[in-house]
Design a protein around this ligand. Sequence first.
Ligand code: 5AD
Ligand code: SF4
Length: 465
Amino acid sequence: MTSKRKLHIKSYGCQMNVYDAQRMVDSLAGEGFVESASAEDADLVILNTCHIREKASEKVYSELGRLRAAKTEAAQNGREMQIAVAGCVAQAEGDEIIRRAPVVDIVVGPQSYHHLPQLIARAKTQGRAIETEFPVQDKFGVLPQPAASAIRARGISAFVTVQEGCDKFCTFCVVPYTRGAEVSRPVEKIVEDVKRLTDNGVREITLIGQNVNAYHGEGKDGASWPLGKLLHRLAEIPGVARMRYSTSHPRDVEDSLIAAHRELPQLMPFVHLPVQSGSDRILAAMNRKHTARDYCEIIERFRASRQDIAFSSDFIVGFPGETEEDFSATLALVTQIGYAAAYSFKYSPRPGTPAADMQETVSTAGMDERLARLQDLINSQQSAFNKAAIGTTMDVLFEAEGRVPGQMVGRSAYLQPVHVMASPDIVGRVLPVTIEKLERYSLFGALASPVSTVQPTPFQMTIGA
Ligand code: 5AD
Ligand code: SF4
C-alpha cells in the first residue's frame, strides 16, 4: 500500500479561487493526496494565485522565495517537494514564472486543473510542466472537460461555480485574458451539485462567476437559461434556505433577475454590483458601457422589486485621466446610492490591458488621498447601515460556535456576523434574532422566540413568513 502524499494549497484573491482550490483537492484525492495545513511537510504545494491587482502577483513571488528554503530543506532530508503555481498569475505570466522562479515545477492555468495528475507526473519525468491553453468550447460555451468531481460540503454555506470568464474587456482588467471567454455550466449539472450539497447539510449556496449574471447555461429543454430562471429552479430544491450570487455586471441585469428578488424568499436581498466610478467620462475610458445614470436606474429597479435590498460595489480610484471632478462624481454616486459595504482599490496598470498603455495622471499620493476620502465615506455608510440593525429583528442563518463559550454565530441576510447565546443545535437553522448592540462589524442579540425542541427544517422555519 502506498502512503498518502501531502498537499498544501494556498489561495489568494476571489471566491472563484476558493472554489477552484476545492476542485484541485478533490481531483488530487484520487491520486492519494491528503490536504495538509502546512507547506513545510507537503509533497506538493500549490499557490492558487490572483492577478487582479499588482500586489497580488508580487505576493506570489515573495511566497515562492520562502518556499525555496522549504524545498531545499526537504531535499536535504531526502524528500521531494513539488511546487505548482495555479490561478490567474499562472495563466497570465506562465512563461515569466518559469523564467523568474526556477523553484517552480508546474504552472497550470484555471482551465487545466483536471490535468493536474498528468502535469505532476510530467514534471517528475521531464523536470517542469506548464499548461495554460484555453480549451475549445461548444455552442453553449461548455468545455470538453470532465465534470468537476464531487463538491464536498464545507459547513453550512457553499460556493457553486455556475459561470466562468468574461467578455466585457474593461480596459483595466486582466480577467478576460486570464479566465477567457464567458462560459456557463448546464442547469442540470448545477442542480446535481446543489442537491449533493444540501444532502450534506449545506443551507446556503452562493452562485459564483466572474460575470455571474451573464449566465446563459443550457436547460433541460435545450434552451439557454438566464440567471433568474436558474435561481427559480434551485429554489425548488428542498434544503436551500438561502441563495446569493456574485459578481454581477450592470450591463447584464435582466428583468428576470430583478423579479427573482421579489418572487424568491430564499434569494437574499444583498447584491454586489460593482460600478468602479461615478464619472461617465471615466466609465467610458474603462469601457464599462454604462453611465452613472444607467447604474442608478438599475439600483432603483432592484429597490422597487424588494424594498429591503442592499448593495455593495467595487471602486477604482486614480484611473488614468481621473480628475478631481471625476472623483467628486464617484463620491456623489456613493452618496446617492448609500451602500451597505464596498471595496475600493487604487488603480494598478496590468500588463497587456488597454489601460496599461494610457498615460497615468494621478500620483501615488493623489491616489492615496482619494482612496482615503472614498473609504471614509464608504465606512460611514457601512456603520450607519450596521447601526440601523440595532433594535430590529432579523433572520440569521447559524453557522458555528462563537469564540465565547455558549455563544453561537451566524449571518444576517446582509452577511453581517450575528452573535447570540444559544445551544449548538441551532447550527444550520434560520432563526429570528433581536439585535441589541454593534461592536465594530459584528452584531449581538438574542433569539427572538424560544427555540422549539421539535426542529422544523430551516427553510420551513422563517422563509416566506
Ligand atoms: N487596478 C485596480 N483595481 C482593479 N480591479 C480590477 N482590475 C484592477 C486594476 N487593474 C478591481 C475592480 C474589480 C475588483 C475585483 O478589482 O474594482 O471589480
Ligand atoms: Fe474585469 Fe470588467 Fe470583466 Fe469585471 S466585467 S471581470 S472588471 S473585464
